[in-house]
Write a protein that binds this ligand. Structure first.
Ligand SMILES: Nc1ncnc2c1ncn2[C@@H]1O[C@H](COP(=O)(O)OP(=O)(O)OP(=O)(O)O)[C@@H](O)[C@H]1O
Ligand SMILES: [Mg+2]
Length: 395
């Protein structure tokens, strides 16, 4: 037994109640020393203290973090004060630690998924690239339609890099006093540059909207300039990810500040089917049902797929035995923005046209047996009905 170990242990425990990087480092040193000298029991006890400390979990550098500009910046902890807007006292950003970030990459088409993976791989090898004087990209603009998973993607990328995210919605930085807006932007960047983190500027287009205010031309220019200078100040300090739905509103000078630009499209039919399967778990639907749901949502976003899945879960739990066709008719009726207007009209007004429309859709290539099962009839009943439709067309 190491002399005074119970006191050492108590000291470590108190220090870990309010930890910082130096404390973690010293306790780790102590643990390694004890282990080396054969005091395994004591070393284990310190290890236990370290791993049970939530903060150590948030702060211990991950493998990736070590290889990424590990020397630059202080470590963010749950206790780090976040700068606030001086007028309203609202925080200028929200901090998410790696443990709070999504593990799963959003689902996209293979080519996008591969492109994203390749930039993340590049960032993971940051140090190697620096050794050969190649500066890897350190900023990225993600743009595309609403609800396509852009914010989720930005958070996932940060998780891969192993750094906490400082998430600021640009709208939140805007004050009715433009002078305060510039100051907020300055304070936010100063904060992000001080700590090791990914700076995530969400709803980035908000800044562009300012430009439409003709009364404040001079001030607006100053705000945009502050933003440009601030973006420049991020180089070699850490990653910056900008996210926007309205890329066309962004100034070309802002575009140029981002090394990489990724456009996120709306999900293809295939991706939509994958998303639906994922969001519908644990409910099980067969392939033709999933295909039909994707058909209904064509042109919608991943967020719409998530919303429809919640709707279906409610519908199938509350009204067991409902048919998917009747549930989707109801969905189309109450979600006019999510189902294409042409499809909606046909779904709601005539089963005959509805079936014909499904059969004629080349992108989804529904078979008669798929449609029969959706409508809860046998294939032979469906083919009889189809020939009846044809006969009535002839009359
Ligand atoms: N391709 C996708 N893969 C997985 N989940 C997705 C996808 N697209 C959207 N989602 C889900 O939809 C919801 C909304 O996503 P997110 O907030 O990332 O979208 P966004 O593009 O940032 O939207 P907005 O433009 O409205 O801010 C999230 O729960 C997200 O997980
Ligand atoms: Mg978003």
């Amino acid at each position: 037994m190491v002399k005074y170990f119970n006191i050492i242990q108590a000291l470590c425990r108190s220090a870990l109640a309010n930890p910082n990087e130096a404390i973690l480092h010293q306790i780790n040193r102590l643990k390694d020393g004890l282990e080396k000298d054969g005091h395994e029991k004591e070393a284990k006890s310190l290890e236990g203290l370290l791993s049970s400390s939530q903060a150590s979990l948030e702060m211990s550098p991950s493998k990736i973090q070590q290889s990424f500009v590990a020397t630059i910046g202080e470590t963010l902890t749950a206790k780090t004060p976040i700068p606030v807007d001086k007028e309203t006292s609202t925080p200028l950003a929200e901090v998410f630690f790696p443990a709070e970030l999504p593990d799963e990459m959003p689902l996209f088409d293979d080519n996008i998924q591969l492109a994203i993976q390749s930039i993340v791989n590049e960032w993971m090898k940051f140090e190697k690239l620096l050794e050969i004087n190649a500066t890897p990209a350190s900023s990225c603009l993600i743009y595309g339609a609403p609800g396509t998973g852009k914010t989720h993607l930005a958070k996932w990328i940060s998780k891969q890099i192993g750094l906490p995210v400082v998430l600021a919605r640009l709208e939140g930085l805007m004050s009715s006093f433009l002078g305060t807006t510039s100051r907020n932007i300055g304070n936010l960047f100063a904060f992000a540059n001080r700590y090791r983190c990914v700076l995530l500027l969400d709803e980035f287009d908000a800044i562009a909207k300012l430009r439409n205010d003709p009364q404040e031309v001079g001030e607006v220019k100053r705000v945009v300039n502050t933003l440009l200078q601030s973006l420049d100040s991020r180089h070699e300090k850490g990653f910056t990810i900008g996210v926007t739905n309205h890329e066309s509103l962004l100034d070309p000078a802002i575009w140029r500040r981002f090394d990489i630009q990724i456009e996120i499209p709306k999900p293809s039919p295939e991706v939509m089917m994958h998303l639906l399967k994922k969001f519908l778990t644990p409910l099980e639907f067969n392939e033709s049902e999933i295909k039909f749901l994707a058909w209904c949502l064509e042109g919608s976003s991943g967020a719409d797929a998530e919303m429809l899945s919640k709707w279906l879960k409610r519908a199938f739990v509350l009204e067991k035995g409902s048919s998917i066709i009747s549930v989707m008719k109801q969905f189309a009726l109450l979600n006019s923005g999510r189902v294409d207007v042409g499809k909606r009209n046909v779904m709601l007004h005539s089963d005959e046209d509805f079936i014909t429309m499904l059969l004629e859709d080349r992108a989804y290539s529904f078979k008669q047996k798929d449609i029969a099962s959706l409508f809860g009839i046998t294939p032979s009943t469906l083919s009889k009905q189809l020939s009846k439709f044809k006969d009535s067309e002839k009359i």
